[in-house]
Design a protein around this ligand. Structure first.
Ligand SMILES: C[S@@+](CC[C@H](N)C(=O)[O-])C[C@H]1O[C@@H](n2cnc3c(N)ncnc32)[C@H](O)[C@@H]1O
Length: 267
């Protein structure tokens, strides 16, 4: 199955492996939410769109058996390289597509979709990815799905000054109106082809695939710049507690750059 050319070009040029430093709010909060939603180790995890393995290798280190699938051969090579050096390696890492997984029916306890849903611009493709997650999960299993928030590019435009550069204002207007984000000139520094969900929409898509939904939950909260100014451990915990307090508040959660939903496969 073909993935978007602009997306492949973006990941060929960018450093996905180095994107999440250890103090990043996105990383710390995603780990905390996964820890709350996942069954205890040992359990089998399929990380779909797992990139260079940042969550997959962390989970392997916690005692989970982890298989990683990603559309980008570059990311699979990076994940395999990191896995070879890890004390707890991945079981497998292979190129594949979220819409057509090779895993057998009812073969894993957890599916992570932390990437594919926000790169699939057509709802039919996002539906297919969620149906594949359903198919490969055992009964009682959990999918955790990530979205980029509908107003993420508006926030970047305002905070980083991009709204002063053409054609960013038109890109943002289209994002807000349709959810479909494009970077037609492959402007370096701006994100690539994506779908930006409203919180309700993410939860509705996961529910429509048959899952019992928990969320949406805001990953970073609505003030990502301030949240990223974390200091030492005590300051960091204070900041994370402030984000946790608002994580499900419907009046602000849509302002978060990333949103997560967990879905349980009930019989
Ligand atoms: C921003 S990265 C996220 C990586 C990692 N899951 C994380 O959260 O840090 C998005 C990843 O999704 C992958 N991806 C996008 N569409 C996909 C698809 N249809 N099937 C599998 N992987 C896909 C990309 O190749 C990329 O590695």
């Amino acid at each position: 199955m073909a993935v978007d050319d602009a997306m492949s070009g973006y990941y060929e040029r960018s450093d996905e492996q180095g994107r999440l430093g250890t103090d990043q709010v996105e990383l710390l909060r995603t780990r905390a939410l996964l820890a709350a939603w996942l069954p205890s180790a040992p359990a089998e995890v399929l990380d779909v769109g797992g990139g260079a393995g940042v969550y997959a290798l962390w989970l392997a280190g916690l005692g989970y058996t982890v298989d990683l699938v990603d559309a980008m051969p570059k990311h699979i090579a990076q994940a395999l390289d990191a896995s070879r050096r890890a004390a707890s390696p991945l079981r497998t890492a292979q190129v594949g597509d979220a819409r057509a997984l090779v895993a057998a029916d009812a073969s894993v306890d957890v599916v992570l979709l932390l990437g594919p849903l926000y790169h699939l611009t057509e709802s039919v493709d996002r539906r297919r990815a969620l149906e594949e997650a359903w198919r490969v999960l055992r009964h009682g299993g959990v999918v955790v799905a990530a979205a980029i928030g509908r107003w993420a590019s508006t926030a970047d435009g305002l905070m980083l000054g991009y709204l002063g550069e053409e054609p960013f204002p038109a890109i943002v207007a289209a994002d807000v109106a349709t959810g479909v984000h494009r970077n037609p000139d492959a402007h370096p520094g701006w994100f690539t082809t994506a779908y930006f969900h409203t919180p309700h929409e993410l939860a509705a898509e996961v529910a429509a695939a048959g899952f019992e939904v928990d969320g949406p939950v805001a990953v970073e909260g609505p003030w990502p710049v301030h949240a990223n100014l974390l200091g030492g451990a005590a300051k960091q915990e204070t900041a994370l507690a402030a984000i946790r307090r608002l994580e499900r508040d419907p009046s602000v959660l849509g302002g978060s750059p990333h949103l997560l939903v967990a879905g349980r496969k009930r019989i």
